[in-house]
Every structure is written in C-alpha cells, then in structure tokens.
Write a protein that binds this ligand. Sequence first.
Ligand code: NAI
Ligand code: MG
Length: 361
Amino acid sequence: MSHSVLILPGDGIGPEIVAEAVKVLITLRDEFALNITLEHALVGGAAYEASGHPLPPATLDLARAADAVLLGAVGGPQWEALPIALRPEKGLLGLRGELGLFANLRPAILYPQLAAASTLKPEIVAGLDILIVRELTGDIYFGQPRGIETLPSGEKRGLNSMVYTESEIERICHVAFAAARQRQHRVCSVDKANVLECTELWREVATRVGRDYPDVQLNHLYVDNAAMQLVRAPKQFDVIVTGNLFGDILSDAAAMLTGSIGMLPSASLDANHKGMYEPIHGSAPDIAGRGVANPLATILSVAMMLRYSLAAPALADLVEKAVVRVLDRGLRTADIAAAGTETVGTAQMGDAVITALRELN
Ligand code: NAI
Ligand code: MG
C-alpha cells in the first residue's frame, strides 16, 4: 500500500533541515522499497507571505488527505507584530487541532557520543531513554470558561479551566501503554490528584486502562515530584504519560536533560496512525540561511513517521542506526560540537546519514 507524505518546510531553518529529511525519504523510496508519494505545501510565515494566511485551505486539504505530515518549524521575528490569528504559530496549532492530533510523543534520548552536552553529571544521564506522552488537544489550554473579566469592583480576573473527559484520558493512556510494550514496559502517570479533581479523574482512568496491560507496570507521581525526579534520577522513567499543561513543561525539561535541542524529534498522532512529525526546536532565525543547522532532529522525526504512520518499523530502526553511525564517525554540526572542534554543515550531515543508510542495507 502506498502512503502519502505531506512536506511542510515552514520558516527559518525549516526548509534547510527538511530538505535533508526529504533526501532520506527519497533514498528509502528509491533504494529501500518504501512505497510513498510526496507532496509539498506552505505553512507558517511562508504561507502568510504567499497567501495572507498561516494555514491556507489548500495546505489543510493536503494535510487531511495525507497519511503523515513532516513539518520543519514556523515563526520568526518578522511576523511577531501580526495579530495572533495570522501568526505563523497559528498554522501549527491549526494543523494539530484540525487533524485531531491528541497524542504528542517526545522521546528524550541521550546519545553516548554527546554525553558532554548535558548539564547533568554523566552518571545521572548516561543511557537516558525516556518517552513523554503528552495529551495535546484538551486540558486548561482549551477548557471553558476562560478569559479575562472585570469584576464589579473594577478589578480584573483571569480565568482558565482544567477540563478532561474520561474518553480523552483513556485514549492517551492507551497510546502510552502501547508504546511501553515496545520499550521497557513501564508507565508513569503524572497528575496533581491531591489538589485538582480533574487529575483525580485522570489517575482513576489511568489505573483502569492499566488493567488492560497487565504486562506493563504503572505508577503515579504528582507533577511536582515528577519534575524533581526528572532532574534527580531521570533514568527511573520509561514512558511518562500526562496532560497537556504538565506535559508541556515536563517534556521541555526532559528534552534539556540531553542538552541537544538539534537532536530531538516528536510525533503528534491521531487515533488512526495519522501523524505530524517535527523536530522539537523552532525556526532558529539566528542561524537561518547559513546551512549550519542540525538536521538530525528532523531526520529522527522521519524515523518516528516510519514507525507510527508508515508501518515500516524496520526502516525506522535503520534510520536511527544510521544517525548513531554518523555520530560514531565524529560528524558534528556546530550545536553538538565540542568547542574548537571541526564541524559540518546541514547538507553534509544529511549526506552522511544517507551514506550510512546505504552501508547498513
Ligand atoms: P529555537 O528552537 O528556534 O532556537 C533556540 C536556540 O537553539 C537558538 O540558538 C537556535 O539557533 C538553536 N537551534 C534550534 N534548532 C537548531 C538546530 N536544528 N540546529 C542548531 N541549532 C538549533 O527557539 P526560539 O529561538 O525560542 O524561537 C525561534 C522562533 O521559532 C520563534 O519564532 C518561535 O515562535 C518559533 N518556534 C517554533 C516552533 C515550532 O515550529 N514547532 C517551536 C519553538 C519555537
Ligand atoms: Mg513548549
């Protein structure tokens, strides 16, 4: 069966890093029998410049029709003065919402070759391999009522609501438990069940879903303790599942344990294996257009796409092995290079991954 992949390069370094990931996809198509078709479209600031909207209807239609979307990054200083509805970020949020991408998967892996990049002691982070599963379409970011109101006294009051239904909690927990089965068979559910009723329900539902996975060990942590444990002893975790707000914060903290923002991929999935795949970093306007950005986070996002949306787990493993091989050879873009050592550019890094793929074939 052929899968369709939509390529959305976006802004800043987006087009540069996505070009390398597309080279990988084309190599897999032409030399490894991956049955895919590729489409390209605009999103973010690039789309705004071309059509006046960060998520044009044509892009959304293509995204709806695709089995998987590969996105670079959006945003940049030139669009910061625009109203929120026209900002590049709106293109990204619109895609997540319109496509119903409720499950955000963010691995935080420390590559031994890059151990020095972490701010934590090597013995704390060596071998780190965590998967954070964050609910992406509910919680306080979307709950009603919300807003800023003026009280009769004239004082203003800000209000947001933490809201989750049982079915929303169930489906994200199923994603987490299923992922744990492919890993170390451990799930840690993070909530604040001691003070927030919404997350009391979360704990109850997570426990219930866990009974369907007797081979997976479930434990619960309050979010404050989870934050502490992440920096104290992060290797205790395998899969962490949590809501949108706690997941936003914990996933960024977990990413930074590795110290390598240019290395970390992500997936946002719907209920039917459709997904959007993107590096966790932004458009890096400070280095855009110079051909120095690290494309590995985007290439590793392709690996996640192969695993979760394109039913090609063996090719996913292959891409990840190729990245490791390139690191073993000592190739480093500037963001992951030790001070004063030799660096390679974006395209050289991409080419090296393709060479490694061919060797591993
Ligand atoms: P950023 O992630 O773009 O950059 C932070 C720092 O990391 C910069 O010094 C940058 O040069 C470096 N960096 C990021 N990716 C890199 C890579 N692949 N290789 C080498 N170095 C890399 O975050 P920042 O500066 O806060 O945001 C810049 C723009 O990106 C803003 O407009 C922001 O709204 C947008 N953004 C977009 C995201 C997305 O599209 N998913 C996520 C985060 C930010
Ligand atoms: Mg964030």
